[in-house]
Design a protein around this ligand. Structure first.
Ligand code: ADP
Ligand code: MG
Length: 362
């Protein structure tokens, strides 16, 4: 039964992808270990992420999107390291076997695996007690030439620009809409902000609403951009828990001060929303700014780079039709202090609190 399940939903649907990578995948699903060939001029990159029903996705969410996203969030870590995907494993814990759920999950997973040309090479499938959540753990393997720069969180240099890809915050708008639809918005927003969201969402054109929802459910990962632009990057990470917290990781690991510009984030929104939504009032701009800072689930890249490379980075992004924004600068910290400061449009500087998601937070 377990083996039928693995064959039907994983080894068979994914076999063509393994076959097209057969010079790499010497032995795939079905034996005790997978065997992959490795090139001596590449370093191996490894990362893993878990998605838990009720924590990372709603019960009853579309299984196709759960499959897509479970792999996407892992590919995002590889992208943030400038590594090219070479394969992944899948550990599935299921309280029951639902064939139509598994078929759709497997199709979403396969689609993302095909987009990234990342074959499934093995995994584990276990039954959990009835009523337990579905748990999906993926481990991705990637590679990057040994002589290329290492994109770590600790590599930011004084004078660097701080960049983001895409529009961080879109996934949170999608998530707030999901909460609103479940009549649960009050669990995440106070009354004033509920009212602001009630003005923002209906004012968005349908295709932007759709974009927010798809950014949440089926994020497109910036792998190609990261690989091409990585020679010009210093520090990098992917935004998974929220910009305000994630950016602190770079400041802390690099022992630097990062100054973020409110005006740049607001211009990013104005440019993205375009003329379709009319002029944005100060309270709506403030709401969107906060959405960008605290929203998780964006899986955009945040990186630092010397200003002399800005033209090259913009060109690469433009060639892939990916919006990119410089929204801050890195400064040397005077003492051992590090931190993140946000400068308002009026020039006022305040320390930015890390306000992103913490699994064990209050
Ligand atoms: P073992 O007894 O060695 O743990 P399993 O019976 O769990 O092996 O798995 C049999 C084969 O199927 C292995 O090659 C394993 O990698 C693969 N496999 C199991 N579950 C999955 C899954 N969810 N996705 C992909 N491959 C899987
Ligand atoms: Mg096993």
């Amino acid at each position: 039964m377990e083996f039928d399940l693995i064959r039907k939903f994983f080894s068979e649907p994914f076999s063509a992808l393994s076959l097209s990578n057969q010079s790499r995948v010497l032995l795939g699903i079905g034996d005790d270990c997978a065997v992959l060939s490795q090139s001596s001029n590449q370093h191996l990159y490894v990362s893993t992420d878990t998605c838990v029903e009720g924590v990372h996705f709603f019960e009853g969410d579309d299984p196709w999107s759960i499959g897509w996203k479970a792999l996407a969030v892992n590919l995002s870590d590889l992208a943030a390291s400038g590594a090219k995907p070479i394969g992944f494993t899948l550990n599935l814990s299921l309280p029951s076997v639902d064939h139509s759920w598994l078929a759709s999950f497997s199709q979403g997973l396969l689609k993302q695996a095909e987009v990234a040309n990342c074959p499934l090479v093995g995994g584990d499938t276990t039954a959990t007690r009835a009523g337990s959540p579905v748990v999906v753990t993926i481990t991705v393997l990637g590679e990057r030439p040994i002589n290329s720069n290492r994109l770590t969180r600790c590599a930011a240099q004084a004078g660097d620009d701080v960049w983001v890809t895409g529009i961080p915050g879109l996934a949170r708008l999608g998530l707030l809409h999901q909460f609103a639809q479940r009549a649960a918005l009050q669990s995440v927003l106070d009354d004033t902000k509920q009212a602001l969201f009630g003005r923002v969402w209906p004012a968005l054109p349908a295709q932007i609403q759709e974009h927010c929802l798809s950014r949440l459910a089926r994020p497109g990962i910036r792998s190609q951009f990261a690989i091409q632009a990585s020679p010009f990057m210093h520090a990098a990470l992917d935004l998974s828990d929220g910009l305000s917290g994630d950016i602190h990781h770079i400041a802390k690991a690099s022992s630097k001060v990062i100054i973020l510009q409110e005006a740049s984030i607001q211009s990013m929104w104005t440019a993205f929303l375009g003329s379709g939504v009319g002029a944005l009032s100060p309270d709506l701009l403030a709401f969107l700014l906060e959405t960008t800072l605290i929203g998780g689930d964006d899986y955009e890249l945040c990186f630092t780079s010397a200003p002399r490379h800005s033209g090259r980075i913009s060109e690469i992004a433009q060639s892939m039709e990916i919006p990119v924004t410089v929204f801050g600068q890195v400064q040397a910290s005077e003492s051992l202090a590090h931190g993140v400061v946000i400068q308002s449009t009026k020039g006022l500087k305040t320390a930015l609190r890390s306000n992103s998601f913490n699994h064990f937070g209050p």
